[in-house]
Design a protein around this ligand. Structure first.
Ligand code: PRX
Length: 698
């Protein structure tokens, strides 16, 4: 049974918002913001959508949201089955729309949505849209790294390409339930490969092409793919990255551990590297272009149960081993499509661009599945946002007439530093809705995004969610209510967030605490690959009865949610999730490193930076070369995006008498809050703190 909702805080607050002023009041408030007038506090800032925007939006008022929200939580079966019925199901789901045990005290955690329903997400993305007349609509505009290098594909063409690859995969022995690892940059072939796997019921596991060979090998060993799909090389900005070589080393490493991959399908990305230059393992490596075109452009669909796995995506946790987050088909399909439609107020005429890479969850749910399920036109960008110059994003926006632009705060902050002139020389008048994801967006970046990029015209959907949640959890609905810069506002339909204290007790009203969710939603992950126990202990045991997000959160007097960042040992660097333990284990693998402790530290552009305290092996002197080789070891083992920003030499680390590192103290030293070190008397050796402070700027 669902928990009682009558005490839900945000509902009361949204109800009171229904009486917020309209008309002139709104404009005055907005003017104050545009003029940069100081307002009483961040929480008092209200930025209203225009009357015009609201009146044309899917959810045009707090009242309408409330009606829908109430239904979604009081009658989830009715609410979600009405939406699910808009998709194609070969067979309808069983009597029970969903089934959940969300409470570890009552047994195994189990979440099922639409069980018994037979469907296929690729069919729903492509064939269903084509059957309803969208065959000639552009599905993907692809923009290459070099300006001028581009192409596009209609829904018909996309289906044909997906079917050819699906037929090939079947031919080389990939069956329903088999894993396929995809290690590709943002070529059209990346979403094509995901969809081809989904079409035949294979489980894709996309590995971000910025991960190192060791990280890729670790994932290959965990999910044992039949096929790895990659390309020979990619240009990113002015650099060339030789992806196939990384895959070669990863396949060598995994083969040494007994995991042999039969096929490495390699796309020739000839704008970066010619075929002839690529190292080749005969019998295993196959050129994509040599085989795929020979296959038929139609391919029967494998109908799968709603609860059959769709993909595995590895993400960082508080231990060194990445977690294989498993998403299933039906609930994920319904949830990503619905969140996309409402949070971006999607209309069929929109051109949508999400700057995320398909190697992360954002690229799964909101480059590939969510938009294509809605029959949208999606921009896929291979390059870097500052190449050839920092106006590239707005050049792309103008070129394709992008109307919905979804990105990460780190990009907003980095472009903000470059000055408004790189923005104002582009029109950007096609923009209608902006989106933010991956980390908290600070109010000043929010305002710049709103005022400068969006010309104070486009609402910002600051979407809070996670790899685990599959889709948006707390997000503005852009036409429904005023926004507050820096707040993700209110929960999406069907989501019941709660803030709990350290004992796991729900806190009411204005408060701060740990963000949890109290019942399932269709897009929730179902397990961690091969480790259901870790799934239960990591997410459901800290606060029994709830899903624990790992994030801190506060709720203001108006009921708006403000995410405050991770409360566990995870660092969020430029919206990328990195476990401190992963970086530490890479550092200590260096022969001259005895011990390492990593903490996150505030970073002007990246949100958080990686700060590593390193103790060297007895007798080894520290040097700049050693510093570089320590950074290199992290780049090689995880990827360049996890390289520490600072290495702090540590003759010793602050430990309790039982040997536990006191990270609280390290965080204070890292952020130079030296007068807030707190009690250090419980340390085994309090003098290490003074040593660390003395070495802070070495
Ligand atoms: O800390 C939160 C932060 O990103 C974490 C999830 O990371 P990941 O699974 O890699 O997914 C990123 C894309 C969804 C969260 O635990 N986070 C994500 N979105 C926001 C955010 N923090 C604040 N505001 C957001 N909008």
């Amino acid at each position: 049974p669902r928990k009682n909702l009558t005490t839900s805080n945000h509902l009361r607050h949204v109800e009171s918002m229904a009486h917020l002023p309209s008309g002139a009041g709104r404009i005055t408030r907005l003017n104050a913001l545009i003029l940069g007038e100081a307002l009483a506090s961040e929480e008092d800032d209200l930025v209203f959508p225009s009357e015009d925007f609201s009146s044309q939006s899917h959810v045009s008022s707090p009242q309408k949201y409330l009606e829908m929200y109430q239904r979604s939580v009081h009658d989830p079966s009715g609410f979600w089955s009405d939406i699910a019925s808009e998709f194609y199901w070969r067979e309808k789901w069983g009597q029970q729309v969903y089934h959940e045990n969300f409470d570890v005290r009552k047994g195994k955690i189990k979440i099922e949505w639409f069980k018994g329903g037979m469907t296929n997400i690729c069919y729903n993305c492509l064939d269903r849209n084509i059957e309803s007349g969208k065959g000639d609509k552009t599905a993907i505009y692809w923009e290459g790294n070099e300006p001028g290098l581009d192409s596009s594909m209609t829904y018909n063409q996309l289906l044909a390409r997906v079917c050819q690859l699906a037929n090939y995969l079947k031919d080389v022995g990939v069956h329903k339930g088999d894993a396929v690892v995809i290690y590709l940059p943002m070529l059209m072939e990346l979403p094509i490969a995901m969809l081809a796997c989904a079409r035949i019921g294979a489980i894709h596991s996309v590995v971000f092409a910025g991960f190192s060979a060791e990280s890729l090998a670790q994932r290959i060993i965990d999910c044992r793919p039949k096929v790895v799909i990659t390309c020979n090389a990619v240009r990113r900005g002015s650099k060339i990255i030789y992806l196939k070589e990384i895959v070669d080393s990863a396949l060598l490493e995994s083969a040494q551990k007994g995991i042999v991959t039969d096929v490495c399908l390699t796309y020739e990305n000839d704008s970066a590297m010619k075929k002839e230059m690529t190292k080749w393992t005969k019998g295993r490596d196959i050129w994509w272009q040599d085989v795929i075109l020979k296959y038929p452009v139609t391919c029967d669909v494998e109908w799968v149960d709603a609860e059959d796995p769709l993909f595995l995506l590895y993400t960082s946790g508080s231990t060194g081993k990445p977690k294989g987050v498993l998403h299933t088909t039906g609930g994920y399909m319904v949830y990503t499509a619905t969140t996309f439609k409402y949070a971006f107020d999607y209309k069929p005429t929109d051109i949508y661009w999400c700057t995320a890479d398909c190697g992360w969850i954002t690229g799964h749910s909101y480059v590939t599945y969510g938009p294509l399920l809605n029959g949208a036109t999606v921009v896929v960008f291979e390059g870097a946002p500052n190449y050839p110059d920092v106006g590239r994003c707005w050049d792309i926006v103008d070129k394709y007439k992008v109307s919905i632009f979804y990105t990460a705060p780190t990009l907003v902050r980095s472009l903000m530093r470059e000055g408004d002139e790189h923005v104002s020389r582009y029109s950007r008048k096609s923009l209608r809705v902006l989106g933010s994801v991956g980390e908290p967006i600070n109010p000043s970046a929010w305002r710049w995004f709103f005022n400068v990029i969006g010309d104070a015209r486009c609402p910002i959907s600051d979407t809070w969610w996670q790899t685990e949640t599959g889709g948006f959890m707390i997000t503005p609905l852009p036409g429904a209510w005023p926004q507050k810069p820096g707040s993700a506002t209110f929960p999406f339909f069907g989501v019941q967030p709660v803030i709990v204290d350290e004992k796991g007790v729900e806190i009411e009203g204005e408060c701060s605490g740990y963000l949890c969710v109290k019942s399932s939603w269709p897009g929730a992950f179902r397990t961690l690959h091969g480790d259901h126990e870790r799934y239960e202990t990591t997410y459901f045991s800290a606060f029994p009865g709830y899903y624990f997000s790992g994030d801190g959160c506060s709720r203001d007097k108006d009921g708006y949610y403000w995410l405050t960042g991770r409360v566990d040992d995870v660092i969020n660097v430029s919206g990328h999730r990195i476990g401190t333990a992963e970086v530490e284990s890479a550092l200590v693998s260096h022969p001259q490193c005895a011990e390492a402790a990593v903490v996150g530290v505030e970073h002007e552009v990246k949100g958080q930076g990686i700060y590593a305290f390193v103790t060297l092996v007895e007798g080894v002197p520290y040097s700049d070369d050693l510093r570089k080789s320590l950074v290199m070891v992290v780049r090689n083992q995880i990827g360049a995006f996890a390289a520490p920003d600072k290495i702090h030499w540590a003759p010793g680390l602050p430990k309790t008498r039982s040997g536990k590192i006191m990270r609280r103290i390290l965080r204070k030293i890292a952020s130079r809050q030296l007068d807030e070190l707190g009690d250090t008397s419980t340390l085994a050796d309090p003098t290490v703190v003074d040593q660390l402070i003395a070495l802070a700027d070495c």
